[in-house]
Design a protein around this ligand. Sequence first.
Ligand code: GDP
Length: 706
Amino acid sequence: MAREYPIERTRDIGIIAHIDAGKTTVTERVLFYTGVSHKIGEVHEGTTVMDWMEQERERGITITAAATTAFWKPTYLGQEQIANSKGHEYRINIIDTPGHIDFTVEVQRSLRVLDGAVVVFDGVAGVEPQSETVWRQADKFKVPRICFINKLDRMGASFERSLNSIYERLTPNAVPVTIPIGHEQEHEGVIDLMRMRAVRFLGEHGEKIELAEIPAPLRKSAEEWRHKMVEKIAESDDTLTEKYLEGKEISMEELKSTLRKVTLEYKLVPVFCGSALKNKGVQLVLDGVIDYLPSPSDLPPVKGTDLKTGADEAREPKDDAPFAALAFKLQSDPYVGQLTYFRVYSGTLNAGSYVLNSATGEQERVGRILRMHANSREELKEINTGNIGAIVGLKNTHTGDTLCDPDKPIILEKIVFPEPVVGLKIEPKTKADQEKMGIALRRLSEEDPTFKIKGDPETGETIISGMGELHLEIIVDRMKREFSVVANVGRPQVAYKETIKKVAEAEGKYIRQSGGRGQYGHVWLRVEPRERGKGFEFINEIKGGIIPQEFIPAAEKGIKEAMEKGVMAGYPMVDMEVALYDGSYHEVDSSEAAFKIAGSIALQEAARRAGLVMLEPIMKIEVVLPEQFLGEVTGDLNSKRARIEEMSERGLGIKVIDAKVPLAETFGYVTTLRSLTQGRASFTMEFDHYEEVPNNIAQQIIEGKR
Ligand code: GDP
């Protein structure tokens, strides 16, 4: 079957923003206009646009799918507006990105599967903390992007001030390609600096686009903005620079194709503007997605590891290459059950075929493949490179797993999820809720790889853990709303860890030889600290059969169990290397059990000799507050063992504090900050790294005083 849209006419994008900047509104408009444009092509089939819009209003547009597909015809071809030309239609897959900071992980995993992003800003507030965090992550994942300065109709909105905040806080390489006609109530439309035309959005929903002369009072400033735009684009490319310096005319096509090229190289970032709520400017952003963001075929081949040979391997974004895809989100659906969203990096997948899950080594049958539209879902016989779909009924596939052709097994670079840093005891309010709670928690943890559940076998209690206090609050709230389970929760608890600071050696002996068959396990271990985050490594240095091969895994198991239990205060040990280098055995009495115990004894002793320390999670926090509260807030932060790293201005009388603070000190900060500042400050916080706990505090933790 031929593909419906050539790969060059496919875009996989995300819309990302600080909470409240207007992501939902922009997404709704995008789905609305793309729905309209798609239907326009089918008017002759009997559906009129108006009918469709009515239905749409009744049903509401679905924007909660992890990925939604839409179709867009660029508003213009050259200077001509396109009325109806199927041949110019593009497929845009919109991948949902969460708006919340406690879910940076969710942002990360969506950034991993999308190729380009539209970053939405509030035209009053400009760049806000989360926009900055997400921007840095997009840098890390090398995601080309365009910006949309939204809400220009709001009181106090300013395109220039917002743009300046982008220059100052995000990148000097932003380049406006549209500017607003008027602000606040006078915000009428935008000026397209490529065509030097005023663009107005008429009709009830702004769906009718009208091009006109630039209004006389704006002509001069439009000329200046255009001049700046042309200069910036020309400077970014050698051939164009030459032309520019020689004073030659540069055509719109040249400007656009160069801007596309350098946007894909992360050298420039086109900036659009308007008001999603007032239906102004969104269509030009869609044009921008087509013009300036990459298609899957613009990307380098995806990298992975050949499962058979362990060699590095790359897969071309081509339909006839072997199939490789990444599962990036699980979602439970009221109609069909579990959906596994995946992005195809290479090859084609047919419904009814089998895929290999490289993470589990198991093959699974691909029952149905679905594709989500704004107001419907479509069942696909096949899905090809660059596209996004959802498989129904996979049983053992998790977020981040690679799905591939069983004959050409590959494992794509994994999405790395951090370990949870906060835990909570949770129990159902009533006995009847017990089972329901179990089901709800399991479901939620399947969807979210940074949310974990653990049963304490000794007390029968359930502990849930996640990336922050808020993260767990939201989980508990979802449990109530979506699964009607009411639960009591305990106080949040820090996921401390233990590690060592020096190299040390110790012996472990487990020998019982009185009467009958004895026990004999004997090992010598060397422990050595590893860099933070490097985890555990076991090294077998036994030579010449001093300990028979069969007992070595048992010793390793004993070591691991002892590390898991902790030596100092019952927290798991991390970041160390353990070498088994000597020992002995007994022909008759040695057993796996004896070596396991010996390993455990030796590990505990070696750790005690190696300078045990406790580690705690350190959070990165940013507080935005009116200047008059600066003293109280910094004073309070200092009392919380925070390290203040930077203080800066944001607009008149607004200060920003960037600091690192131990997680243990942050519980309840929402309330503290509110009372310190009469509710006028806000903060964002995320996990940063693990660090040694000062001795006196570690002592208090051990004694149960903290
Ligand atoms: P999200 O949190 O980023 O998804 O933001 P929403 O789309 O939910 O928007 C947050 C609030 O801002 C809502 O009350 C919207 O109606 C409003 N909003 C969104 N876009 C605009 C806009 O262009 N102008 C104005 N005045 N308000 C807007």
